[in-house]
Design a binder for this molecule. Structure first.
Ligand SMILES: Nc1ncnc2c1ncn2[C@@H]1O[C@H](COP(=O)(O)OP(=O)(O)OP(=O)(O)O)[C@@H](O)[C@H]1O
Length: 251
């Protein structure tokens, strides 16, 4: 069954076309990585699939719900970590998790256990009662990752999951995403990191100029053809750039 589907999604911002014609079909139990250059349309896609943005045309469905017609119901069933989002500055992580648990119907005893596990998993136990405004960017990202999984949703959307995290925590998050998928859930992540997509994703879609231009299963690819080769062959660069030669006298 498809967990996430889009057909011919189009989204413009004034005269900028963010999504030209995006058609996607992601089955249950995939860890899907949307890989693409800056401005390709990845964040816009997540915005539409999580009921935060209206497309100009086309259709979308998440677990059978329509995020355009019924955004509130759709969000109830998914976890969301938008790009560069921070917890509210005036709340501690613990207060924020209480708030999320209320909105997402997580019982109090279950919540305490999950918060403790997540704080240990991502090493921020000592910051649970610190105001979020006083957390580092990476610590805020740990809080935002936790809130996305707090109600253990069947589908989770994460824009750049490893942003601002140190290498040890990055490894733990990568393993968690894979374990979460192994438990039968579906994840949609966006990333610029080809090696991360290759390492953890069961399927990688290359998004370019608002279209899905390649769709690969890293494990099944020809050993000769890396994801980087596919990316470069399809995306390339708008224009070649060579550093100007230093002129004599420059230091
Ligand atoms: N609110 C907005 N107003 C105007 N243009 C926008 C807006 N949001 C996005 N865009 C434009 O839409 C296009 C797609 O943006 P989007 O953020 O979806 O790309 P992305 O693939 O997530 O990029 P990045 O990898 O840099 O995060 C870009 O050209 C961007 O400038």
């Amino acid at each position: 069954m498809s967990a996430i589907r889009t057909e011919n999604l189009r989204k413009t911002y004034g005269d900028v076309t963010a999504l030209a014609d995006l058609t996607l079909d992601i089955e249950d139990g995939e860890l899907f990585g949307a890989l693409g250059p800056n401005g390709a349309g990845k964040t816009t896609t997540i915005g539409i699939l999580t009921g935060q943005l209206q497309p100009d045309s086309g259709t979308a469905s998440v677990l059978g719900h329509d995020p355009v017609a019924d955004p509130v119901e759709t969000r109830r069933h998914v976890g969301i970590l938008p790009e560069q989002e921070s917890p509210p500055s005036f709340m501690t992580p613990r207060e924020y998790f209480d708030f999320v648990a209320t909105v997402r119907d997580v019982p109090a005893d279950v919540l305490d256990e999950r918060v403790e596990q997540w704080a240990q998993r991502l090493s921020f136990t000592e910051k649970l009662d610190t105001l979020s405004t006083d957390l580092s960017r990476g610590q805020q990202q740990k809080v935002m990752i936790t809130q996305a999984f707090l109600h253990e949703p069947e589908v989770v959307f994460i824009d750049e999951p490893l942003a601002n995290l140190d290498p040890i925590v990055q490894e733990r998050v990568k393993r968690y995403l894979q374990d979460y998928r192994d438990r039968g859930n579906t994840l949609f992540i966006s990333t610029h990191h080809i090696e991360v997509a290759e390492e953890i994703c069961s399927r990688v879609g290359i998004v370019y100029e608002g279209r899905l231009i390649a769709d690969r299963r890293p494990g099944e690819m020809d050993a000769e053809e890396s994801l980087l080769d596919t990316f470069v062959a399809n995306v390339g660069s708008d224009e070649e750039w060579t550093e100007p030669a230093a002129t004599p006298g420059d230091d």
